[in-house]
Design a protein. Structure first.
Length: 150
């Protein structure tokens, strides 16, 4: 799989990214990570916040590489996670865990099944690690997207 092949299959599309978009997404991911750490709310809500941070970081990866998901196509969350190795250099073993978390998120959303504390811990750990990886990747490869406009 390559990003160009995903464009051909209409799963992603070219996108001219602006630094403001990236900075807003990173700020939102940081807020969601902070929300996920609040112990006074349910594990499911905390899981949702951590999962949202994962998706925001995955979107940063795609956008920093000049693409965005085709949200009109089914499976865009799966596509964003599975392209992390191409966009941010995330190892397969790591994005496979995030994809399993995506499946747990969907089951919870559509069935109301409770999530155990181990799922929350894993989602928070993955979200924190991906946030750090995205920030480092941007600083190394696309520092122009981190620069504030004059």
């Amino acid at each position: 799989m390559s990003l160009d092949n995903l464009v051909k299959t209409h799963q992603i599309k070219p996108h001219a990214t602006h630094p403001d978009e990236i900075q807003r997404l990173l700020a939102a991911a940081a807020r969601n990570l902070a929300d996920a750490r609040v112990e006074g709310i349910s594990d499911e809500t905390r899981f949702d916040a951590a999962y949202k941070a994962i998706m925001q970081c995955a979107l940063v990866g795609l956008m920093a590489n000049g693409f965005r998901p085709s949200t009109s196509m089914p499976g865009h969350h799966q596509t964003m996670i599975q392209t992390l190795s191409l966009t941010l250099g995330v190892p397969r073993e790591q994005w496979v865990v995030m994809d399993a978390l995506r499946k747990k998120h969907n089951v919870n959303d559509y069935s109301g099944d409770l999530l155990g504390p181990e799922s929350l811990r894993e989602c928070m750990a993955q979200a924190s690690a991906l946030f750090e990886q995205a920030s480092l990747w941007l600083a190394t490869n696309r520092a122009d997207l981190l620069a504030k406009a004059p």
